[in-house]
Design a protein. Structure first.
Length: 229
């Protein structure tokens, strides 16, 4: 931690935003996840919810039970007591394999991504499936994972015109990010494939398949024959 972080910002009378930096960086996210998991484990009275993001954390509280000042003291103590090893461990969640069918109707933008980079479909798929991605945050729609670790050779602009409907399970690329649509929704990401897994099940015992800190691998299960390899 440097001298300017963390920074605390009140969000109304029941939310405290804790900023750890301004960049998407694994070391910053380790600090986010360490505080997130420690606060959840401590079960502090008056803390209602803790929501991690790329480089920040939103803590929702009952102001009648805990003050912002007391909460800040708790967070400062967590950071002061944390070693680098503890923070490293805190960022390491489960490893989840995500099967993906690439190209064709499942990935209608795969050929466009290939043309943009001058790569074959085989090369794009190899680059996309090689990393072990980190789930930095869940957002946009219930269960949508924003993933860190995309190979720089696959950085691709969003579509000029978003689609009105993107099927649930679609795997896309937008600039430096890759992610998975958790429900049918509008979207402007470049779609390169689709997983049969259900990321959001509101009736399930565990509504969300993934959570912040998890790590995922994309595993190709099918490459549509109409896609030029």
């Amino acid at each position: 931690m440097n001298e300017t972080y963390p920074r605390y910002h009140a969000c109304g009378d029941s939310g405290l935003l804790v900023e750890f930096g301004t960049v998407i960086d694994p070391s910053v996210h380790r600090q986010v996840m360490h505080v997130y998991r420690t606060l959840k484990a401590k079960n502090i009275g008056g803390v209602l919810d803790v929501v991690p993001a790329y480089a920040s954390l939103l803590v929702q509280i009952d102001p009648w039970r805990i003050s912002f000042e007391r909460l800040r003291m708790e967070i400062d103590e967590v950071l002061a007591d944390a070693s680098g090893t503890e923070q490293e461990h805190a960022a390491e969640g489960r490893i989840v394999d995500i099967p993906v069918s690439y190209g064709g109707e499942d990935g209608p933008d795969l050929e466009e991504v290939c043309r943009y980079h001058g790569l074959s479909a085989k090369e794009v798929i190899a680059l996309h499936t090689a990393p072990l991605y980190t789930v930095y945050m869940i957002g946009f729609t219930p269960g949508f994972p924003y993933l860190g670790g995309l190979d720089p050779r696959l950085i691709t602009p969003r579509r000029t015109t978003p689609r009105k409907r993107v099927p649930a399970g679609s795997v896309g690329i937008a600039d430096r990010q890759t992610g998975i649509y958790s429900i049918d929704s509008p979207g402007g990401w470049q779609l390169i494939g689709r997983t049969p897994l259900r990321l959001f099940d509101p009736k399930g015992k565990r509504p969300f398949l993934l959570e912040p800190g998890d790590r995922i691998r994309f595993v190709p299960i099918l490459v549509h024959k109409e896609v030029p390899i």
